[in-house]
Design a protein around this ligand. Structure first.
Ligand SMILES: Nc1nc2c(ncn2[C@@H]2O[C@H](COP(=O)(O)OP(=O)(O)OP(=O)(O)O)[C@@H](O)[C@H]2O)c(=O)[nH]1
Length: 384
């Protein structure tokens, strides 16, 4: 073959090869562009051409896994030590009317008979009760007439000391949450409708979780499905399991199951919620006694907390008496003190039952529950 012809043939073959290469490359680009983004090779993995015959498991999903579904986030409740000062300020705010009335009266230039009458009336309207008020007035009159009453700071200090004495700083206010022989402590929560039982259990659960305790909740309020849902929500917020039964089921059996679960899991405490019930309904009150007896087939109830709404005044006392007869109340939780200038009920209810106020509710917030102390309460009352 002649040289020019040979060169022409070589150029032609080279051209065919180049054109074929361009066409193949364009087709590949089009193929990739037509795929969904999820099918595209990830930029972070080595760029290996996907093999059409490869099994589905070699898809891009395997190389770039979907993020895990959101795990429920567990809240970290506030510890009792830090919530106290916040709650004391709130108590001071809600009882300001009482505090300023008392201190205003005692700061008068001259404390005469009509001033004493006004102080007495103010204390009685705070639900302190006639007996405790008379006692406090007698002591105050005696001490102030000896020391002189001109200095409001003296009057205030005397009033504080007398109130603390009435509230009784010597009572044991610790929650009984230690079971015998390695069993969980069992806390049963009772009270009339809407006083704040379920909310209080949720708040106690947070307090105990903040202290590092393990728990199970028992939703023995089977009247309303919503009550069990409400309790389960409180529990799940702090990673605590709730045992519940069918709506309308036997509350005693749910309470038993919850305690059995707590024993099996070896938790520290089981908190049992019960349905709100009017203290005047004998059948419902008998049922409460039955719940307690059935629980005790599994483990002793270490604490029966009666939840009283502080705004209900004297009615709270009547409730306290009847509930105590049926289930031997061992501690009081006074809720809704944030909306009340009736803090004096603390003294009356303790005297009525001979049982201490152990916790106070000061709002709807998750950590608005505080262990009760006589000094903290009186300082809040006096706006100290
Ligand atoms: N302001 C205020 N509200 C509170 C407090 N404690 C509870 N509550 C509110 O009181 C209402 C009733 O609370 P629940 O916990 O459902 O009452 P319960 O006693 O379980 O109700 P029943 O199961 O129907 O008897 C809710 O709106 C709570 O947020 C408190 O300390 N302060």
């Amino acid at each position: 073959m002649e040289l020019p012809l040979l060169i022409a043939a070589i150029v032609a073959v080279a051209l065919v090869i180049v054109v074929a290469g361009v066409i193949v490359s364009m087709n590949r680009t089009r193929r990739l562009a037509s795929r969904r983004p999820s099918e595209l090779p990830s930029a972070s993995v080595p760029s290996v051409e996907p093999d059409a015959d490869a099994p589905a498991t070699s898809s891009a999903e395997e190389r770039a896994p979907e993020p895990a579904p959101d795990a429920p986030s567990i809240e970290a409740p506030e510890r009792a030590s830090t919530r106290m000062s916040r709650l004391r300020r709130r108590l001071a705010g809600s009882n300001n009317a009482l505090a300023s009335a008392l201190l205003g009266l005692l700061a008068r230039d001259r404390i005469d008979e009509s001033t004493w009458d006004d102080v007495e009336e103010t204390l009685i309207t705070s639900d302190l009760g006639v007996g405790p008020t008379t006692e406090l007035m007698g002591n105050l009159r005696r001490e102030l007439s000896i020391d002189g009453v001109q200095d409001p700071a003296v009057a205030r200090a005397k009033l504080r000391a007398e109130l603390i004495k009435l509230v009784d700083p010597t009572l044991d206010r610790g929650l009984r949450i230690t079971g015998a022989d390695g069993q969980p402590g069992v806390v049963m929560v009772v009270g009339v409708n809407g006083t704040g039982k379920t909310t209080t259990i949720g708040k106690i659960a947070r307090l105990l979780v903040a202290e590092g305790r393990t728990l199970v909740l028992g939703a023995a309020d089977t009247f309303r499905a919503a009550a069990a849902d409400q309790l389960a929500t409180w529990g799940s917020r702090v990673g605590v399991q709730t045992v519940r039964g069918p709506e309308g089921g036997d509350p005693a059996s749910v309470a038993f199951d919850a305690v059995a679960q707590g024993v099996a899991q070896g938790v520290d405490v089981v908190l049992v919620d019960t349905a709100g019930r009017l203290h005047t309904k004998t059948g419902l009150m008998d049922e409460l006694g039955k719940i307690k007896r059935v629980i005790e087939k599994k483990a002793p109830v270490t604490e029966v907390l009666l939840v009283i709404d502080a705004t209900t005044g004297q009615n709270g006392l009547i409730q306290a008496r009847i509930f105590s007869d049926v289930v031997a109340v061992t501690g009081i939780v006074l809720t809704k003190l944030d909306g009340s200038a009736k803090g004096g009920i603390v003294v009356q209810v303790q005297r009525e039952l001979g049982v201490p106020v152990k916790l106070i509710g000061l709002g709807e917030g998750a950590d608005d529950l505080a262990p009760f102390t006589a000094e903290g309460f009186v300082d809040g009352l006096l706006g100290a």
